[in-house]
Design a protein around this ligand. Structure first.
Ligand code: NAP
Length: 774
């Protein structure tokens, strides 16, 4: 069946603040953009709420501050909980409190007004890089899969970024070793606490004007818990640290965050890019994460727009990674230091005392405040360019908002930047530079500086000074370096004027049938992750090979066959696939825990996350004992491996499985054909089918399908398959007069794992080669 294909220039995945900011920036630069968001409606949770000085300047530079009205400002900040005065020369020093919900609403309206199309309820399920750009497979709100095609795709989809995972971006770093529990609680009356270090831990309480109190608590030495905390966890920890009982309150939102620290090694991989928390994971201390992400978007937007509209100079797009990766690394560094100061136990007390003395010192304070507020960012704008920028301190830094004149009328630089163009501020009385810059007039606004201005400043659309100098050749060199050739700039075909009016017509999004060059032989499981239990041999092995062939990263699980499992991984890698081994004996206490420890480690190393898309419950043991010889021990072993382990594997896997995942369990034709030597075994497989039926219903709302596959007699390492007469006898049971091969089953499992099987759930698939026909 032909899929709908929606084409655009840029796909942005994620309609949080970063994605929406980027969408608006792209539209300002004249690019068509579609934003895909898996949530049906904007989140109502009040996550990040702090805007720092540099972000405030940027929002002003887009005309987005006025709609926010009066914003409460707090000049007092902190560094690792130690007081830090954030006052610096900027119109917006301090921490500005805007609930994320309000910011998202505003950015959404702005991006839509500029012509960005936001599609909610759309979940990215596959990404394929093509010669032309990127094809994104997306499941829509109706459950149907659509194809979106664009020149570039940007993941603004947060910590657990699907784009990062599907795009195979490396995401090295460290996992959380400490965590802060957080809850918004109504109906409690506790004293406000600002980073209060008590003997047993750290407590923070801040009552908002609406009466809701945000509490945060960390018990010194406590390790992060698996999964999300309950309100009772917060209540208990709060009690132990402060002695206060908040159990009578009503929790509105409970979560925890840890001090994990990771950063993508590359922010760009061909047509795929990452921005915001998709590119870096950090503890959200002092609201830096949101600010970092928004500034990623503003750095990227104008560059990517120039790229897709064909006017970008060489390497412009690559300067996104070159500029933002070091900024991200520096923020991650200061956050790691702060996390240690905040959450460390008594061992950090001496360090805190020394720092408490140092921080108020002028230089130290301004340095730290510059770091936290984002005002001290300096890009290397002169890299490899033949311009005279290098010796000017302004180059690479933000242009502090100031007044200039245009045609004799005073105007603020923030206002000049609002159309998303560059700005060239000329030295007083200049005529030569004005003439030199004339060919770029569509992309760069020209303004006159005051009498004190002896240098010209070329400011990029993101508000950073690209070049400072006096020579016309320096100016044209910098204009070329950042805005491209004047011919491209002057060509009306290559640049659409930045939209300023209310909702312009939607960008050229077209809905067509399957395009000619849409490849139908595309691997069906690209970017997916799979666990196949018992895949060191037999049909598990064949399934692992098959899933890897379809593009999945496969965890090859085994109990005793280490070498055999390693051979499976080698074989997969030789064929260009990705896999790793995971050892755990099933059917014994702690089995599932042990398996998932190894699994998550392997996934994290290779994908930066722990998402598991496909679980194949294959490992199993046969009985082969007559009813009268079946001991309770044998019975228990059969049930432990074949029935109990799959149940708890499913239960545990659901923590890692995204919506739309797949669970396939191997049953047996013996649930339909009697064989008295295998009563207990067949009973275990009956249990597997019950697991399938009931979990299918339970997981339907999440789009996870659950099915069982029943093989008949299938070749494995059992010596009986080496005896021709026995094989011949067994073959007669099948309608096709042969025994099953492991690949016969692997193909069925691969189908059930694919998007093609999205409409099948709770099903028993007879893969006995017609044995059940009688
Ligand atoms: P197999 O060749 O016997 O291999 C069994 C796999 O399961 C091996 O990888 C083994 O790991 C693993 N395993 C066994 N016990 C385990 C335990 N306690 N903990 C962890 N892993 C364990 O298997 P197969 O014949 O391909 O059968 C696969 C599935 O199909 C089983 O569920 C079986 O019941 C079912 N089935 C088989 C047939 C058939 O005719 N073959 C017919 C119907 C259904 P190690 O080798 O590393 O120990």
């Amino acid at each position: 069946m032909a899929q709908d294909c929606i084409t655009t220039q840029v796909i942005v995945v994620g309609a949080g603040p970063v994605g929406l900011m980027l969408a608006g920036e792209l539209r300002l630069g004249g690019a068509d953009v579609v934003v895909l968001e898996q949530l049906d409606a904007p989140t109502t949770e009040s996550r990040a709420s702090t805007l720092h000085a540099r972000t405030m300047e940027i929002l002003d530079g887009r005309g987005l501050l006025d709609p926010l009205g009066e914003i409460p400002d707090e000049p007092r900040g902190h560094f690792g909980g130690l007081p830090l005065d954030l006052t610096l020369p900027s119109p917006y020093p301090g921490q500005w409190k805007v609930p994320q919900t309000r910011l998202e609403e505003l950015l959404g309206e702005w991006a839509a007004r500029l012509g960005a199309e936001v599609r909610r309820g759309h979940r990215l399920t596959g990404v394929t890089v093509t010669d032309e750009g990127v094809d994104a497979e997306v499941r829509g709100p109706d459950g149907r899969t659509a194809l979106f095609r664009a020149a570039y795709l940007v993941g603004c989809d947060g910590e657990d970024s699907a784009v990062r995972r599907l795009g195979g971006f490396a995401f090295p770093g460290t996992d959380a070793a400490r965590e802060l529990l957080r809850a918004d609680v109504a109906g409690i009356d506790v004293p406000n606490r600002r980073f209060e270090r008590l003997p047993a831990g750290l407590a923070i309480a801040a009552r908002r004007p609406d009466g809701v109190t945000r509490v945060m608590v960390h018990e010194f030495g406590a390790r992060p818990r698996p999964g999300q905390p309950e309100f009772t966890d917060v209540v208990d920890a709060w009690k132990r640290v402060t002695g206060e009982d908040i159990g009578g309150g009503t929790p509105l939102w409970v979560n925890s965050f840890g001090d994990a620290s990771r950063q993508a090694t590359a922010y760009r991989s061909g047509p795929l890019l990452l921005a915001g928390n998709a590119a870096h994971r950090q503890m959200p201390i002092g609201g830096q994460a949101l600010n970092l992400g928004l500034q990623d978007a503003v750095n990227l937007g104008w560059k990517l727009a120039a790229q897709v509209t064909g006017r970008a100079p060489e390497d412009l797009l690559d300067s996104y990674h070159a500029e933002r990766h070091p900024v991200g690394a520096r923020v991650l560094g200061n956050i790691a230091a702060q996390a240690r100061l905040l959450l460390g136990g008594t061992e950090v007390n001496a360090l805190r005392e020394v720092l408490a003395e140092l921080i108020p010192l002028g230089h130290v304070r301004t340095r730290l405040a510059g770091m936290i507020s984002g005002l001290d960012i300096a890009y290397d704008t002169d890299a490899d360019a033949d311009t005279d920028a290098g010796d000017r301190p302004e180059a690479g830094r933000r242009l502090p908002p100031r007044d200039v004149t245009v045609d004799g009328t005073p105007v603020g630089t923030a206002e000049l930047l609002r159309a998303g163009q560059g700005v060239l501020v000329l030295p007083h009385g200049d005529t030569a530079l004005r003439a030199a810059a004339a060919p770029w007039a569509r992309l760069v606004r020209v303004a006159d500086g005051g009498p004190e201005d002896t240098d010209a400043l070329l400011v990029r659309p993101d508000g950073y000074v690209a070049w400072a100098g006096t020579s016309a050749s320096g100016a044209t060199g910098a204009l070329r370096r950042w805005f491209g050739e004047p011919s491209a700039a002057a060509s009306p075909a290559s640049v659409r004027p930045a939209p300023t009016a209310a909702v312009p017509a939607l960008p050229s999004v077209t809905v067509t049938a399957t395009p000619k060059n849409w490849r139908t032989d595309m691997p069906k499981l690209s970017g997916k992750t799979a666990l196949v239990t018992g895949s060191s041999r037999g049909m598990g092995r064949a399934t692992a090979l098959r899933l890897a062939q379809e593009g999945a990263l496969v965890a090859v699980h085994y109990a005793t066959g280490k070498e055999a499992a390693e051979e499976v991984v080698e074989r997969i890698e030789k064929d260009g696939g990705r896999a790793f081994t995971v050892q755990a004996r099933l059917g014994v206490p702690g089995d599932v825990h042990e398996l998932f420890l190894a699994l998550e480690e392997g996934l994290r190393e290779r994908t930066g996350g722990t998402a598991l898309d496909i679980l194949v419950n294959n490992a199993g043991v046969m009985g082969g004992v007559k009813p009268e010889d079946t001991t309770p021990e044998k019975f228990d072993e059969l049930f432990a491996v074949n029935a109990k382990a799959p149940f708890f594997l499913v239960q545990r896997a659901l923590k890692n499985m995204p919506d739309g995942g797949r669970i396939i369990s191997i049953s047996s034709g013996l649930t339909r054909v009697a064989n008295p030597d295998e009563i207990a075994y067949a009973m275990t497989k009956g249990a597997v089918e019950q697991l399938t039926l009931h979990f299918a219903k339970y997981l339907g709302p999440r789009g996870i399908t659950v099915n069982s596959v029943a093989p008949g007699i299938t070749r494995n390492d059992n010596p009986v398959f080496g005896i021709p007469e026995v094989v011949e006898q067994m073959a007669q049971l099948s309608a096709f007069n042969r025994v099953g091969e492991p690949e016969d089953i692997a193909d069925v499992v691969a189908f059930l794992a694919s998007e093609d099987a999205r409409w099948i759930t709770g099903s028993f698939v007879d893969a006995t080669g017609g044995t059940l026909l009688g």
